[in-house]
Design a protein. Structure first.
Lengths: 639, 101
């Protein structure tokens, strides 16, 4: 039990409410003064303060967790019963164990840094307070998602982050297309969420309990008869949230939001919720090996295809978004091979270096006054040196070259893929994805920072409030892997830390196999780096020419195939259905309703003739009726 | 010589039928009233026929009530006719066919 745990969710929530109240005050002031602006220092201090306090709290709880013996590292907090209806009993309880603790640290840590960065990035925006309210609400929802001790609570957080994602993608809704992108993200997520909900229903029906402890215990003893279905349905939710094929279409469009939002929500935290869910339910997924294989293949295919998409992109943020999809695919690939700890490890390092890359990209875009086209960059190295160094650190870590964070975590995934079943297909997809990762990472570096200067105006370095978080994240990218995942003999700290939570056996660290994987992944990444250097260092976008003729490139450039399919088949189908429903409503439903009315008034019109006000015609009626009654009495009375 | 009960009933029925016919075919409200009274009288004759045939007093009591009620009804009905005449300058029943006030 700990009273601090609810506070961890409550702090950002309080921050969100405070920022929303400030925004409401600005809105009411704007009625008289259209130029009214929120007090940026106050709003920024509240929001960043809430996020930082949450981080400190998460750190304190993490330390307390470390103090417990490895087998019972669990801190729970119960806030009573949330739902009590028939056989459905859902307690409102939170749970901090090694898995949720790592996630909470990442969410609050990266979140606090990005809050800080946003103060600089969003300066002067009229929706400053609205932005921070959404960002704080996002943190609260994400923490609820991670800390919830049962599926329904996680689902609340799951939908909460979806809502915040929608609000923040469409933050500049006045421009039109960001609002559409937000809607797209929301609707596509909805498809996955339907699966998630059905999975919850199925587990409730089969098991009668939805808390993770019961699910884990029942799954590992084989007491869930339809574990395969449940796992498959829950994986649908993960596919939607984590933008895997075939629901990956929303994430590249999600870049319509402010860049720090892309960094926090659409790279570091929210999109990893699917990875978290799978790790949280690892026992269930291990009980469904078929689904696990699908997870691995979907992840691998997504990793490779999205990697190609990143390579073919001409937009800086879009390339990073595709890269995020690709890295999420790698995490799923690792989990599909049974290496859940590797997935979480890569989630953590990816949060550092992808947030860094997005923040650095935001700094580049900021410097160029909103320009995102790679063709209009180049040669920025000397103009914005601090951003250049940070971006390099991020790209280096992403590409998986030692000794940065990405190398170690990607190694774990590749090792896990080789170690688990179906090694051939999963490992080859994994290595292909890592090659692509190195290639596109350095393509971005060269296109943005070296070669000819194609930009207009005079770029300026970002303010310190933006550079500081980037520097912290760069340090984490540089050291994160080495500190936490460097294999010391057989003891890999993160795997050992996570082992009590995650089912399955962790891939053994160290040894000849590990060295082989490390050497292979290093070789693959180096080839990618060298190729990128040759193609793009001096020639800029012209370096694409050689690749652009290959079939793979065309496949990548046609990454919109799924988009076109959804637009053509699904969206148009839905619209046709809507039109059909409209016609049905207009003619059948309305027809029935109007018909009843018309029949009543027609009956009235024909009966009106009877009531003509002439006594004699009434008298005829009375006499006729009396005569008829008399006749009837005579005839029947006799009989 | 005693009149057979059937004849008394036939007289009552004839008076009533005459009243009904008058009520239905005439438009002059005073004549309509007259027909109404004829129907009352047909009923009274029938009641008295029954009283005589059964040698009981109840039908006669009933007949007295009808006479009394008819007197009351006439006073109200004639008042209505006069009111209508003031309004429409006519005692034709069709003059009162309007269902609006």
């Amino acid at each position: 039990m700990s009273a601090l745990l609810p506070l961890l969710v409550g702090l950002p929530l309080a921050g969100a409410i405070a920022c929303a109240a400030l925004h409401a005050r600005v809105l009411s002031r704007r009625r008289t003064d259209p130029e009214a602006r929120p007090g940026e220092i106050l709003v920024g201090a509240i929001a960043t303060g809430a996020a930082s306090a949450a981080f400190v709290l998460a750190l304190a709880l993490f330390v307390r967790l470390l103090g417990l013996p490895a087998a019972d590292r669990r801190i729970g907090a119960s806030l009573g019963t949330w739902i009590d209806a028939g056989t459905l009993r859902v307690p409102a309880s939170l749970l901090l164990d090694p898995l949720s603790s790592i996630l909470a640290l990442v969410v609050t840590g990266v979140g606090a840094l990005i809050h800080l960065y946003s103060i600089g990035y969003m300066r002067g925006d009229p929706g400053f307070a609205r932005y921070f309210a959404c960002l704080n609400l996002f943190l609260a929802s994400m923490l609820l998602l991670v800390l919830g001790a049962n599926l329904p609570l996680t689902f609340v957080g799951w939908e909460g982050v979806g809502l915040c994602s929608y609000l923040l993608i469409g933050f500049w809704y006045g421009k039109g297309w960001p609002a559409d992108a937000g809607l797209k993200a929301f609707v596509v997520n909805r498809v996955g969420d339907a699966g998630f909900l059905l999975g919850i229903f199925l587990l409730q029906k089969e098991l009668g309990a939805l808390d993770y402890a019961s699910i884990g215990a029942a799954a590992s003893t084989g007491k869930i008869p339809s574990a395969t279905w449940a796992a498959a349905l829950l994986f649908c939710g993960a596919v939607g949230k984590s933008a895997q094929i075939p629901l990956q279409v929303w994430l590249p469009d999600a870049m319509a939001g402010p860049t720090p939002v892309s960094a926090l929500i659409h790279a570091a935290t929210m999109v990893t919720a699917g990875v978290y869910l799978l790790a949280r339910l690892s026992a269930l997924f291990l009980a469904a090996p078929g689904v696990l294989l699908v997870v691995g293949i979907v992840g691998g295919a997504t990793a490779v295809l999205a990697g190609l998409g990143a390579l073919a992109s001409r937009d800086l943020k879009r390339a990073l978004a595709c890269s995020t999809v690709s890295q999420l695919g790698l995490m799923f690939l690792g989990e599909g091979a049974g290496a859940f700890d590797a997935g979480i490890a890569h989630l953590t390092t990816h949060a550092f270096f992808k947030a860094l890359l997005f923040l650095a990209a935001g700094s580049v875009i900021h410097a160029l006054g909103g320009e995102q086209d790679l063709a209009k960059m180049g040669g920025l190295r000397a103009r914005i040196p601090a951003t250049f160094l940070c971006f390099c650190a991020g790209a280096w870590a992403l590409s998986g070259l030692p000794p940065l964070a990405g190398f170690f975590s990607k190694d774990e995934i590749l090792g896990g893929a080789l170690h688990g079943g179906h090694a051939a297909i999963l490992a080859s997809l994994g290595f292909a994805a890592s090659f692509l990762t190195a290639l596109y990472s350095f393509r971005l570096v060269y296109l943005v920072f070296s070669g000819r200067e194609n930009f207009a105006g005079s770029p300026h370095e970002s303010p310190g409030v933006m550079l500081a978080p980037m520097r912290v994240l760069a340090a984490l990218s540089l050291l994160g892997g080495a500190l936490a995942w460097i294999p010391i003999a057989d003891a890999r700290p993160i795997a050992a830390f996570l082992a009590p939570v995650l089912g399955g056996e962790a891939a053994p660290g160290g040894g000849a196999e590990h060295v082989l994987v490390a050497a292979l992944s290093f070789a693959v990444a180096s080839v990618g780096f060298l190729l990128a250097r040759r193609l793009w260092r001096d020639r800029g976008l012209a370096g694409d020419e050689g690749l652009a003729r290959t079939a793979l490139w065309r496949l990548a450039a046609a990454g919109g195939v799924l988009d076109a399919f959804y637009r053509g088949a699904v969206a148009r189908g839905a619209r046709l259905l809507a039109i059909a429903c409209g016609v049905f409503d207009l003619f059948v439903i309305d027809g029935a309703v109007n018909g009843v009315g018309r029949a009543a008034s027609a009956a009235g019109a024909s009966l009106r003739a009877l009531q003509n006000g002439k006594i004699q015609s009434y008298g005829i009626g009375i006499a006729a009726a009396a005569g008829a009654l008399l006749l009837a009495g005579l005839l029947l009375g006799r009989g | 010589m005693t009149v057979p009960t059937a004849h008394v009933y036939a007289l009552g029925a004839a008076l009533f039928a005459l009243g009904v016919a008058g009520f239905l075919v005439r438009r002059n409200l005073l004549v309509v009233f007259l027909s109404l009274e004829l129907m009352f009288n047909g009923a009274i004759v029938t009641l008295l026929g029954a009283a005589r045939a059964r040698a009981t007093a109840e039908p006669s009591t009933f007949a007295l009530f009808v006479i009394f009620l008819a007197a009351v009804e006439v006073s109200v009905g004639l008042a209505l006719v006069i009111a209508l005449f003031r309004l429409r300058r006519s005692v034709d029943s069709d003059a009162a066919a309007s269902l609006r006030g």
